[in-house]
Design a binder for this molecule. Structure first.
Ligand code: UGA
Length: 434
């Protein structure tokens, strides 16, 4: 199949490279000339394990191309995927669809022969209808079908999520479009990944419902963690105890500083707005979003308490800034709420993150960025672990202990065992554990 991927951001680039790896011929399009030039030089604009190798191999096989020319890539394509950004609209939290609709207009002008136009961006229910209307209005004679095919990959595990998905959801009302989508995902049938064919609107809502449910699971365990702290119980054991029930499932029950990233905060908000407008408010999701926001801010108080009620003039060493490990993405990271709150309480903040410091620097003024974890903790009055990078699990703790001015560790990701840390002489505080 010939595929045009409009938008070479996270989802577009990973999907494009994986489709090429399935044997399709893929052209990734982006307006950003610098980004396309970098990709042509073999440089990856994002940090994602395995992506540079996958891109390189498929470019070498002449299956993956990069261009700024949308029209040329759309002409002759069997399927055109729209994978542009859908940020939160300023002011009201609705998804901003201007990039999606802009892409639809440009695609319309270039369509040739039967083409399936697929929205892969996370878009509210009804967006497919509007994309169809835009194209039909511009090109009444064009032969096309609009399909919804949301993406469920996670950053940091994007390639394995794409190639071994729990499921593929395709919202297609046109039988010819179903055939094309079937062919595109055929390599995954061999892995027996379930493909759910459904209506376009159902598919669009499924994406939001999935992210909102996962955000709810995380928020639920975070609130149980707070309760564990009050009652002297252990949240990790509660999570295991409930997660072993197949109806609940053990994943996404890891208590922490609150969810962040480019998806959960934005998508929960968009779902809340859609549901309010439709007159069927999702009260649970409203509570989840509010609870998560409050939690991120409250984490600074937890660090304050661990420091004996004052951080004025003290140095806090922050380990981990990205919203999760194996990414350099800082979007809505809990660190963006916690670090400024510590600074406003009078603390000096030093920080180290293995990948995200370049992104973080302009977002966190006044922070001293360090070369590595050891230089970061030197002379600090407390360590705050905000991201569970593997590198932080393997630190030489005796060296860390000796470098600190005060042996306080606030572990917001529960990467250490309380008894081990106490035995080593740390004053150790974690989430939802004694
Ligand atoms: C999320 C979904 O997991 C993907 O399925 C979806 O495709 C993607 O959004 C999207 O809509 O594009 P992602 O944002 O990359 O993926 O990251 P997650 O691994 O889901 O983590 C999100 C946040 O939840 C992170 O801040 C993470 O630290 C937090 N989290 C996750 C927890 O605090 N506890 C957990 O148990 C799991």
């Amino acid at each position: 199949m010939r595929i045009a991927m409009i938008g070479s951001g996270y989802v577009g680039l990973v999907s494009g490279a994986c489709f090429a790896d399935f044997g399709h011929v893929v052209t990734c399009v982006d307006r950003d000339e610098g980004r396309i030039a970098a990709l042509r030089r073999g440089e990856s604009p994002i940090f994602e394990p395995g992506l540079p190798e996958l891109v390189e191999a498929n470019v070498r096989q002449n299956r993956l191309f990069f261009t700024t020319e949308l029209a040329a890539s759309v002409r002759g394509a069997d399927a055109v995927f729209i994978a542009v950004g859908t940020p939160s609209r300023r002011g009201d939290g609705h998804a901003d669809l201007s990039y999606v609709y802009g892409a639809a207009r440009e695609i319309a002008a270039a369509l040739e022969g039967f083409t399936v136009v697929v929205t892969k961006s996370t878009v509210p229910v009804g967006t497919g209808d509007e994309v169809e209307r835009i194209i039909r209005e511009a090109r009444p004679e064009a032969d096309f079908a609009v399909v919804s095919n949301p993406e469920f990959l996670r950053e940091g595990a994007a390639i394995s999520d794409f190639k071994r998905p729990d499921r593929i959801v395709v919202g297609a009302d046109d039988p010819r479009a179903r055939e094309v989508m079937d062919e595109i995902y055929r390599p995954l049938y061999l892995n027996q990944s379930p493909v759910l064919f459904t209506s376009r609107r159902t598919s669009e809502l499924t994406k939001y419902a999935a992210n909102a449910f996962l955000a709810t699971k995380i928020t639920f365990i975070n609130e149980i963690a707070d309760l564990c702290e009050k009652l002297g119980a252990d949240v990790q054991e509660v999570a295991r105890g409930i997660g072993l029930d197949n109806r609940i499932g053990g994943k996404f029950l890891h208590a922490g500083p609150g969810y962040g990233g480019s998806c959960f905060p934005k998508d929960t908000l968009a779902l809340i707005k859609t549901a309010q407008d439709a007159g069927a408010p999702v009260r649970i999701v409203e509570t989840v979003a509010a609870s998560n926001e409050a939690r991120k801010r409250r984490m600074a108080d937890k660090i304050l308490d661990a420091c004996g009620g004052s951080v004025t003039g003290k140095t806090i060493a922050v380990l981990g800034l990205a919203f999760k490990p194996n990414t350099d993405d800082m979007r809505d990271a809990p660190s963006l709420a916690i670090v400024p709150a510590l600074q406003s309480l009078g603390a000096k903040v030093r920080a180290f993150d293995p990948e995200s410091m370049e992104q973080a620097r302009p977002m966190l003024p006044g922070v001293e960025f360090c070369q590595d974890a050891y230089s970061c903790v030197e002379g600090a009055h407390a360590i705050a672990i905000l991201t569970e990078w593997d590198a932080f699990r393997a630190l030489d703790l005796d060296r860390i202990r000796a470098a600190l001015a005060q042996p306080v560790v606030v572990d917001l990701r529960n990467i250490y065992r309380p008894q081990d840390m106490r035995r080593r002489g740390f004053q150790y505080v974690s989430v939802g554990r004694e």
